[in-house]
Each structure stands twice: as C-alpha cells, then as structure tokens.
Design a protein around this ligand. Structure first.
Ligand SMILES: Cc1cc2nc3c(=O)[nH]c(=O)nc-3n(C[C@H](O)[C@H](O)[C@H](O)COP(=O)(O)OP(=O)(O)OC[C@H]3O[C@@H](n4cnc5c(N)ncnc54)[C@H](O)[C@@H]3O)c2cc1C
Length: 488
C-alpha cells in the first residue's frame, strides 16, 4: 500500500456535493483532495447532466440582486412545503429545513465562484422557481476554482475502502484507499462521501427495484455504482431512506443505455400517453411537470416492453418539448401514428383517443393554460381521469413519440445529521466521516421536486467542509494543487 498524501479533507467524488465540499474546504484553508472514479472527460457524475437549481424567488432577496425566476412569489416556505408534499411527508424535516434555509446564500456563493446562470425564460408547464445551468459548465467552473484555491482533483481514482484507526482512544475514519492504475493508494485525512448513489449498478437496481430494472436506461453517469455508500455502511454507517425508491424519469424511448442526459419529452401533461394495449394508464395532467416527471418514469417502464406512446395533435404539438433522440412520427390518423411507432393495438389506441376527446370539455382549448394547473378536467367517468389540461386531440396531423423510463438517481443512502456527519445505528456521529448529496438517504421518498437534488448536494457539500473545519480536524500538509489524470 502506497500512502501518498495527508490532507485536511479527502472527498470521494467530484459531482456537485464533492465540488461544494472541496471548494468550501479550499476556502477555509483545508487542503482538500477530490478522488474521481471517472476519467477527466467524464468527471462530475450526474451533476454533469443537470439543468436547473430550485431556489426561492420571494423572501430570498435573489430577484433584487438580478436573479430571474419563472415565478416571483415562490417562498422558502413553498420550497419546504414542496419537499414535504412531494415526499409524502416522509422527508427528514430538519434536513429539508436546513436545505431550504441555506439555498439562497448557496446560489450567491456559486455566483461568487464564477457560475454563470442562464436566465432564459422557462419552458411551459414549470410552476416553481428555478435558475438554469448547464451541467458540464458547472463542473468545469467549479473544478477550476477548487484547483485555483489550492485543492487537488485526481481522476481515474476509484475509492474502494475507508481507513480506520484508533486515535486518542477513539475509533475514527482516517482516510480512503483508492485504486489508481491498478494499485492501491491511500489518502489520509477526514473523509466526505460524495460519491452519488447506486443508480448505475445493474445488480443493485435488480435487488432494490425488481426484475427487469437491470435493463433500465441510466440517464446520466455510468460510474455511480454505490461503492462509496457501501464503504460507509461497512464502517458502521446506518442505511436510511427509501432504498426501493428512485428518481425515474419518463424519457425518449430511443435513449441510449447510459449518458442520455436531458432526454425527456416534456409537455406529456397536456396530451395523452397510451400503452401497447392502446389504453391510457395514467392521469397525464395530475400535477405540474416538475412534480410528476420523476415518478412517471417508473410507471411507464412497468408497462409491456417498457414502452409507451405519446400522442398529440397539430394544436398541442407546439407545447411539447422533445429533448431525446427520436424524430416525431406524423400521420393523418391516430392509428397510423401508433402503427408506425410499433404499438401492438393501434386501432384500440384510436378508440381510446376518441373516448378521451368526448370526455374533454368542448371549450377545452379556450380554457387551456399551459403555465398553470388550469383545472380543465375531463368528465369524471373517464378512467384514469385527466385533472388538468384536458384538451381534445382532434386536429390532424397527429404526432407521436415512443417513451420509456430512465433512472436519474437512487433515493437510499447513509444516515447523516444536518452538519453532514455520518451517523451509526445509535445515531452517533462516526468520527472523521461526513457525507453529502445523493450518497445520503432520508430526504427523497416516492417523488422528487425538480431542481432539489443539486441544491441538496451543494448545500450539504458546503456544510460538510464547514463541519470539518469547525471540528478542528488536523489540517495536514499535502501535495501540490492541481489535477491528476491516469496519464500523468
Ligand atoms: C439527466 C439528469 C438530469 C438532472 N437534472 C437535474 C436538475 O436539473 N436539477 C437537479 O437539481 N438535479 C438534477 N439531476 C439530479 C442531480 O444530478 C443530482 O441530484 C446531483 O447532481 C447529485 O450530486 P452528487 O454530487 O451527490 O452526485 P453526482 O453528481 O452523481 O457525483 C458523484 C461523483 O462520485 C463519483 N464516484 C462514484 N463512485 C466513486 C468511487 N468509488 N470513487 C471515486 N469517485 C466516485 C462519480 O464519478 C461522480 O463524479 C439530474 C440528473 C440527471 C442524471
């Protein structure tokens, strides 16, 4: 075993949580090193694929400082309520509260470090506040800043185990062992687990979600196999949160097995989704897109052949936002489009759309308001119902896309307190061990309010570094700042 460096902080992962921890540690004069499993050109885990942060617009002061939001009356309390409501009130309330409390200042902190927000108006159907960001730019900006402030990032460095020792009569975590170029290398220092979840591991998906989930496309990074979480569990951390739960988004049916990125087809809430039997199986308009897309992916994937079909007409097509690889399929009839898409029952699909049209109010399109839950609902007899945006699809040509479900990130993780200290099953902090972002469980259950994953990772990554600094972990001298790749 080769012991390379002593560090004030060893961070596993360089996604949003790891970068926030590394950056804050560098600011505080710790000497952070970030170990990233992927090669440099794939660094950043799921963070590489993101688009937006959720933050409060009202009572945060952010609009006064030039930040633009799609809605201007979204309060901190609304943010907190959305987390609790979308997670069926199962989210750890203290964790959610601290996340919200520190969200505005975290946006400003990121701005101070060079994050460039794209304030373009949001696409239809988003009813909460958020700011736009490109994931790759975010990662590039923050890595450069970590290095500028004296931190080190090592690529192709897969953390495998934690080091434990007795210090002053107390068991504590003293570092990480990683594989680099086929050799075990040890990095010493307090450790932040910021290695994301277990979503990219086929075996774990089958164990936690069931048969067939090994086939589910991974929307982002193929590197998140959950080993960092396992390391913490082996060191005594408690497993918490919803291990059978995940953010599973509806995505384009022709998405690749991994790295598909922003491959949703939004606007599904305004139109109709059919399965291979040509039947509707979900209330497409039951809530705003930001509150259904992360849940519908699983429902869609559970349908036959993991495949379903979106149908719109010429009037509703302009409200679709297809971000995936498929070209639209057009036809003069619904059956023609479904046939071309490969639906097993195109004629039944056409009948279903007819019945749906009859259940929609005649003046549905006049009442249609894509920016709000418009309450334009279909006749109660329609099953499943359509609670909002019940607009008849009567204007050819019709257009269709294939859809499936893809995994975004897993919900289970290690227990951590609101200071990001990892807890054992007696709810005691494990000395020297911290965690942030998707490696931590207890925040997301059942569903997910869009834009919260990034904010969670940023807030608690920062807090982890602050806790280490406050606890006065020994800040040891280490190697020179920079980026290290396998070729170096
Ligand atoms: C397509 C897509 C779009 C998304 N859009 C949004 C959005 O718009 N807004 C939002 O809030 N959230 C979004 N999310 C979710 C968001 O990406 C995550 O919630 C957030 O990025 C989590 O950050 P993290 O640092 O915890 O994990 P990650 O960003 O996944 O980072 C984990 C890091 O750990 C590394 N790693 C893993 N194992 C090891 C190991 N053994 N050793 C060393 N390193 C390791 C990984 O390579 C990676 O760099 C999206 C996700 C995807 C996939």
């Amino acid at each position: 075993m080769h012991v390379i460096d002593n560090h004030g902080l060893v961070v596993v992962g360089c996604g949003m949580a790891g970068l926030a921890a590394g950056l804050r540690a560098a600011e505080l004069g710790l000497n952070p090193i970030l170990l990233e499993k992927s090669p440099c050109d794939e660094r950043g885990g799921q963070t590489r694929y993101v688009q937006s942060f959720r933050a409060p617009s009202a009572d945060s002061g952010l609009p006064d400082r030039g930040y633009e939001f799609a809605v201007d009356d979204y309060t901190e309390q609304d943010f907190y309520d959305d987390i609790m409501h979308q997670t069926s009130d199962k989210a750890d309330p203290e964790m959610a509260r601290r996340l919200v409390d520190r969200s505005s200042e975290t946006i400003e902190w990121l701005t101070d470090h060079g994050v460039d927000w794209n304030m373009e108006p949001l696409h239809v159907g988003y009813t909460v506040a958020r700011t736009f960001i490109e994931g790759e730019d975010l990662v590039d900006t923050l890595v450069a800043r970590v290095v500028e402030l004296g931190g080190t990032v090592v690529y192709d460095a897969e953390a495998r185990d934690l080091r434990e020792d007795e210090v002053d009569g107390q068991r504590r975590i003293t570092g990480v062992e990683a594989i680099i170029d086929g050799e075990y290398v040890a990095y010493e220092g307090p450790v932040v687990i910021a290695g994301g979840g277990y979503e990219s591991d086929e075996r774990k998906r089958t164990i936690y979600y069931g048969d067939g989930y090994d086939e589910m496309p991974v929307r982002g990074s193929p590197y998140n196999d959950g080993r960092p979480v396992d390391m913490a569990l082996e060191a005594g951390a408690e497993a918490v949160g919803q291990w059978s739960g995940a953010h599973m988004s509806l995505i384009d049916g022709n998405s690749p097995p991994a790295r598909g990125g922003a491959n949703r087809i939004d606007g599904y809430q305004y139109v109709v989704v059919l399965n291979h039997d040509g039947e509707r199986f979900v209330d497409e308009g039951q809530d705003a897109r930001a509150h259904t897309y992360a849940r519908f992916g699983r429902l869609f994937f559970e349908e036959e052949d993991h495949e379903v079909f979106l149908i719109a007409d010429s009037r509703t097509e302009e409200y679709l936002w297809p971000q995936g690889p498929s070209d639209p399929v057009y036809g003069d009839t619904v059956a023609e489009v479904l046939n071309e898409l490969g639906c097993d029952s195109p004629d039944q699909g056409a009948e279903t759309i007819e019945a749906y049209n009859e259940a929609c109010p005649d003046d549905g399109f006049e009442q249609f308001d894509p920016e709000h839950l418009d309450g334009t609902s279909a006749d109660e007899a329609l099953s499943p119902s359509k609670s909002n945006w019940a607009v008849p699809l009567t204007d050819p040509p019709y257009v269709g896309y294939p859809l499936t479900g893809g995994i975004t990130f897993a919900f289970g993780g290690v227990a951590a307190d609101t200071d990001a200290r990892v807890l054992n099953d007696r709810e005691e902090a494990i000395p020297g061990l911290y965690a942030a972002g998707n490696s931590v469980g207890g925040l997301f259950y059942d569903n997910y309010p869009g834009g919260t994953g990034l904010m969670n990772a940023a807030v608690y990554g920062r807090i982890a570094a602050e806790t280490v600094a406050e606890e006065g972990e020994p800040s040891l001298s280490g190697g020179a700042a920079g980026e290290v790749t396998a070729d170096d």
